[in-house]
Ligand binder design. Structure first.
Ligand code: ZN
Length: 139
């Protein structure tokens, strides 16, 4: 099991309802990589994601049934140097928490979790510390 698989398994075990959509799709059968979550997000953002999921879970448990039972995180990924988390059937408070965490990710190195900044490199945006600036690819 890779480090990434372990993290994924730990998250699915800790938040079985919130992440049911991701759990329902075994990795090999994912219709798209994005649905698999976690895979397209660097390890440096894991503590941030964990905090966000814990907060979303708190908010979910405070909701009445049946709303509480249908909230799902449907995607977790990196896009344009930013953590993106998509929640279906969430509340306004969940949306606000998610937005805050995603903005916060633009100041955290996606590789190591140290303070970082968003940089443009070869048409892509990456959020890294000085030590993890990606090498420009040679042509
Ligand atoms: Zn770094």
């Amino acid at each position: 099991m890779t480090d990434e698989d372990e993290f994924r398994a730990a998250m699915l075990a800790r938040f079985p309802v919130l992440l049911a959509h991701l759990a329902e799709r075994p990795r090999a059968m994912s219709p798209s990589i994005a649905l698999d979550g976690f895979k397209r997000m660097g390890p440096g953002w894991r503590p941030l994601l964990l905090r966000l999921l814990a907060r979303l879970e708190e908010l979910r448990l405070a909701m009445p049934e049946p709303e509480r039972g249908v909230v799902r995180v449907v995607q977790v990924k990196e896009k344009l140097g930013e953590l993106r988390v998509y929640v279906d059937d969430g509340s306004v408070a969940m949306y606000e928490e998610t937005k805050t965490a995603c903005v916060e990710s633009t100041q955290i190195c996606e590789e190591c979790g140290a303070p970082g900044e968003r940089r443009a490199l070869e048409r892509w945006l990456h959020t890294t510390c000085d030590a993890h600036i990606p090498e420009p690819r040679r042509r």
